[in-house]
Design a protein around this ligand. Structure first.
Ligand code: 13P
Length: 238
């Protein structure tokens, strides 16, 4: 089963100092890898402006509301994210599960809304450090998958162990490989689904992680803010 690699950058709540020349700066790496999909999730305030600069680079929102419209002050619907220029939306990131108390059921409702609006959800799962120490990582991730995924349609899964996010720690290649095999076996149409790894992916470790057979790309935080680093990660795609 041939699955295209996806190298995705999540800018999180950064962007004011982030020049949109970024898109021109990564252009050479993007053009030299026509076999790889490249995506950036800027803050929603930048989506519209980024859309005029992005070229072949796909754009994503970082969240959306489960409802199509209504009295939800401060929220954005999936259709609004799409209208601003995105084709994808990140859902269930651990920072939203923690900061906003999002349950897997909420993530699933948002994923359904995203599909209805024509967006491809990138659904994040991952265990806490204590879960892994207790040997419960598959139980936790399995439960998140069971309750976060829509019944069908196109979606991407990102495995992001929470303890590896922004810490400089990455899961070992053995642990990444075995979790990706586990995820593929747990979900419907597992052989066809793109499964990304996220958590301190950097130019120095990208090639070995992306070479793993069941890893179909990366969801990159900090290193996606620097065009040179992100370009190297694009070039390292397996
Ligand atoms: P870092 O690459 O900064 O660890 O962040 C990963 C992440 O959370 C991407 O969504």
């Amino acid at each position: 089963m041939q699955r295209r690699n996806l190298i995705a950058g999540n800018w999180k709540m950064n962007g004011l100092g982030q020049s949109l020349e970024f898109f021109e700066q990564i252009q050479q790496a993007v053009v030299s890898r026509p076999d790889v999909d490249v995506l950036i999730a800027p803050p929603a305030t930048l989506l519209h402006r980024a859309a005029s600069r992005a070229g072949r680079v796909l754009l994503a929102g970082q969240d959306c509301h489960a409802a199509a419209s209504g009295a939800h002050t401060g929220d954005l619907s999936a259709e609004m994210i799409r209208d601003a220029g995105a084709s994808h939306v990140i859902l269930g990131h651990s920072e939203r599960r923690t900061d906003h108390g999002e349950s897997s059921e909420t993530v699933r409702a948002k994923a359904d809304a995203a599909l209805t609006a024509g967006l491809v959800p990138i659904i994040c799962v991952g265990e806490q450090e204590a879960d892994r120490r207790a040997g419960r990582e598959q139980e936790i991730v399995g439960d998140q998958l069971d309750h976060s995924l829509p019944d069908g349609g196109e979606f991407v899964i990102a495995y992001e162990p929470v303890w590896a996010i922004g810490t400089g720690l990455t899961a070992s290649e053995t642990d990444i490989a075995s979790m990706h095999v586990f995820i593929r076996g747990r979900i419907a149409d597992g052989a066809a689904r793109r499964i990304l790894y996220g958590g301190s992916v950097k130019p120095c470790n990208a090639a070995s992680i992306l070479a793993l057979g069941d890893v179909d790309g990366a969801l990159v935080g900090g290193a996606s803010l620097k065009a040179a680093d992100f370009s190297q990660i694009i070039s390292a795609a397996g």
